[in-house]
Write a protein that binds this ligand. Structure first.
Ligand code: 5GP
Length: 134
């Protein structure tokens, strides 16, 4: 079955479109965290970021700065969060890769602070070595 976002891209389900090109589609989130909350998705449906080809991901990367600029201009927001959740554990609800552009203003009550951890130099070095070896 096609994801809800594929059905939006095909026009089967209505949306408020913001942008479209050959491989990228952007539209307003139906339950926005702030006015102008926009979702940017690859047209080819894959669940997680690592499943995109470099070209597909680059196609998103090429338009992301312009879309962020549009959202900031149109909403007059002071800043924004660009957020991309992969997998249920990370809070992903729709299994079709998407980037959130969430307009922010100081004092907007949305919050966004995670509890940062501490690691020793040794632990950081061991992890970086493991990542480089992947
Ligand atoms: P996730 O939690 O997967 O990162 O984000 C999914 C987002 O998709 C949510 O912010 C949710 O409001 C939005 N969403 C879910 N269903 C629809 C829909 O049918 N139309 C639109 N425009 N947005 C949707």
């Amino acid at each position: 079955v096609a994801s809800i976002f594929s059905r939006i891209i095909s026009g089967e389900i209505p949306c408020h479109k913001v942008y479209e090109d050959a491989s990228v589609f952007a539209f307003l989130d139906v339950n926005p965290l702030a006015d102008g909350h926009t979702l940017v998705v690859p047209k080819r449906e894959v669940e997680q970021l690592y499943e995109l080809s470099p070209d597909e991901c680059a196609a998103i990367g090429r338009v992301l700065p312009m879309l962020v600029q549009r959202v900031l201009n149109a909403t007059g927001a002071e800043g924004c969060n660009v957020l991309q959740n992969n997998g249920k554990a990370a809070g992903q609800q729709v299994p079709h890769v998407h980037f959130h552009i969430i307009p922010r203003r100081s004092g907007d009550q949305l919050g966004y602070r995670w509890n940062a951890g501490k690691r020793s130099e040794q632990e950081l070095a061991a992890m970086a070595a493991k990542l480089r070896a992947e």
